[in-house]
Structure formats: structure tokens, C-alpha cells
Design a binder for this molecule. Structure first.
Ligand SMILES: C[S@@+](CC[C@H](N)C(=O)[O-])C[C@H]1O[C@@H](n2cnc3c(N)ncnc32)[C@H](O)[C@@H]1O
Length: 310
């Protein structure tokens, strides 16, 4: 049985919805992939524009998110597949689809995953230290914390979280695990908070546990490896002139997307600078604050035919 999301109705609010539609330009009869279908917010907006002859293929590696998306997308021309997006080419082949008109990826985790204490993504509620997006595969965060050396832990916190106190935190984890296993989110969050000095006289702007939790989640799910394999596969999954739209939430992801779309042999950029949310969206949906959208079009045989969207 898949782990349960926090409620039956999705809580996740899609970021940059108008900008996604503008960049992806879905049209009746097209086949579009939402590689991170999540709670189905973007997918619904896209599928509504595809008409009865179009089709949206929605991928997610998290079975509980597919359950949410299924309810939200009922009645629309949608096929949902549980898969990592680094398997996109294989999944399309399995569905008998050679190439598609557009591909969206909205990276990271949904609010619904963050809010489910049993998933262990959030330091704000006690729960088991799991953090796997596919709860049936790989190693939970608690097992990584028990297995990695002090040096490896420090590298994870530094490389994926840019945590300045990575070594101190790694040392404290190794000392602690000699006495008791680190098994819960509140145990780890408390440990990190005790290692990181607070700025004098004021609360830190973000909880000191934020960067360590982000880093562990990236490591547990091999998020950067999956993103690199996905980016490398995109050109063979898209029709010439097809569009790829990627929303990232931290510089480690955005750097990889920017680099991939610079490959002139494949891509004509549709966004010179990443598109970011305006003040109003940030107020209504604080998660959109760090979102960066980049879009590119697969070059046709005649590069002159691939026009700029904006
Ligand atoms: C930010 S949410 C997407 C939200 C969605 N756009 C919406 O409007 O509801 C990201 C989703 O991508 C999924 N995900 C993250 N990395 C993935 C990967 N490598 N392969 C497949 N799904 C992934 C997560 O499980 C999560 O449900």
C-alpha cells in the first residue's frame, strides 16, 4: 500500500501557472508529458488545452501523488505512470509513443508530501526519517545517516545543502549514533539546531535544519543524478520544435538546466533569463519564491524554423 498523503484534496498550489502554459504552449491534439505530475495542478491546466484527441502523460515516482493526481484529472485525456523521470524514454516506448510535443518538469517535492509526517520530509513535524519519494525503493534517510562515514555525511551537507557547519553536524551525528540510532525527524532537527550558532540576539531567518534536510533529501533520492539523466534524454523524447519547460528550486538544479539548454546542437532557448514569480504570487504561494523556470525548444533540421516564444 502506498503511504497516505496528508488529506484527500491536494494542498499543493502549482507555481508559475500562466508562465508554464505560455512557455509550453499546449495545443489541441498534442501529446505532452508532465514528468512530475505531483498533485496534478499543472497537468490539469495543460490537459484542458489538449482537447479530446490530445493526451497528457503524467509521471511521478511517488504512488501516493499519483492517487491525488488521478482524482484531480478525472475525465481528462490523461495516462498516469509511476516512474522516475530518468526512465522517460523507456516509458514512452512502452506506451508506443515515439516523440512528444512538450515536456514539463516541476522539480522537488509537493506540499502534500512535505505535510505528511510519515514521509519524513519535514523537520516541522515528528516522523520517521524516510524521505524516499518512491517509498518502495532505495535507502531511507535514517539508513544513510547510520551508514555514511563522518566525511561522507559532511560532504552531503556541504555539497547538497551548502551548510557551513557541515563538519560539525557530521561529527555530532557520528557521536550520537554510537549511543542511539537517528530515526526521527525531530531527533535530527534538534541535533542540527544544537550545532549551528544563532545570530546574536535574533532568530535565524530560516530554521537551521532546513539545509541539512534538503541535502539529505537530494542524496536519498539521487535527485541531481536523475535530473542529469533526464536532461540528457530530453532531445530524443521530443519532436523537432518540441518544448521543454523546467522549474527548479535551488541553484544545484538550475545550474544543470541552464547548462543543458546551452547545448546549441539541440536547443534554442526560449528564456534568456529564468522566469521567476512576481510579488503577488509569492504572497499567495510562498513556495514560488525560489522557483526558476527555464524553457527551450528542440531545434528542427532547419534551425531558422524554431521561433522564439518570448
Ligand atoms: C513540485 S511537485 C510537482 C507539482 C505539480 N506540478 C502540480 O502542479 O501539482 C514534484 C513532484 O515530482 C515528483 N518527482 C520528483 N522527482 C522525480 C523524479 N526523478 N521522477 C519522477 N517524479 C519525481 C515528486 O514525487 C512530486 O510529486
Amino acid at each position: 500500500m502506498s503511504p497516505q498523503p496528508s488529506s484527500a484534496a491536494p494542498r499543493h498550489v502549482p507555481v508559475l501557472p500562466a508562465e508554464v502554459l505560455d512557455a509550453l504552449a499546449p495545443a489541441p491534439g498534442q501529446t505532452i508529458v508532465d514528468a512530475t505530475v505531483g498533485a496534478g495542478g499543472h497537468a490539469r491546466l495543460i490537459a484542458e488545452r489538449l482537447g479530446p484527441t490530445g493526451r497528457l502523460i503524467g509521471l511521478d515516482q511517488d504512488a501516493s501523488m499519483l492517487d491525488l493526481a488521478r482524482a484531480r484529472l478525472a475525465g481528462l485525456p490523461v495516462t498516469l505512470v509511476q516512474s522516475n523521470f530518468d526512465e522517460l524514454a523507456t516509458e514512452l516506448k512502452r506506451l508506443g509513443i515515439e516523440k512528444v510535443d512538450g515536456i514539463l518538469a516541476d522539480l522537488g517535492v509537493c506540499s502534500d508530501q512535505m505535510d505528511a509526517p510519515d514521509r519524513g520530509f519535514s523537520f516541522q513535524q515528528p516522523g520517521p526519517l524516510d524521505m524516499r519519494m518512491d517509498a518502495t525503493l532505495g535507502e531511507p534517510a535514517s539508513s544513510l545517516l547510520a551508514r555514511l562515514s563522518e566525511r561522507e555525511l559532511a560532504d552531503v551537507f556541504w555539497q547538497y545543502g551548502e551548510e557551513r557547519f557541515s563538519r560539525r553536524i557530521a561529527r555530532r551525528i557520528v557521536d550520537t549514533r554510537r549511543l542511539e540510532p537517528l530515526a526521527t525527524t525531530d531527533q535530527l532537527a534538534d541535533l542540527v539546531r544544537r550545532c549551528v550558532p544563532w545570530p546574536k540576539g535574533r532568530r535565524p531567518a530560516i530554521d537551521p535544519a532546513t539545509r541539512v534536510f534538503q541535502a539529505l533529501r537530494i542524496a536519498v533520492n539521487d535527485e541531481l543524478g536523475a535530473l542529469e539523466r533526464f536532461l540528457a534524454d530530453l532531445p530524443r523524447c521530443l519532436k523537432p520544435g518540441g518544448r521543454a519547460v523546467i522549474i527548479s528550486f535551488h541553484s544545484l538544479e538550475d545550474r544543470r538546466v541552464k547548462h543543458a539548454f546551452r547545448e546549441r546542437a539541440h536547443w534554442q532557448a526560449l528564456t534568456r533569463k529564468p522566469i521567476q514569480a512576481g510579488e503577488e504570487e509569492i504572497q499567495n504561494n510562498p513556495r514560488s519564491r525560489s522557483a526558476k523556470l527555464r524553457a527551450a525548444q528542440l531545434v528542427t533540421e532547419d534551425p531558422g524554423r524554431a521561433g522564439r516564444a518570448s
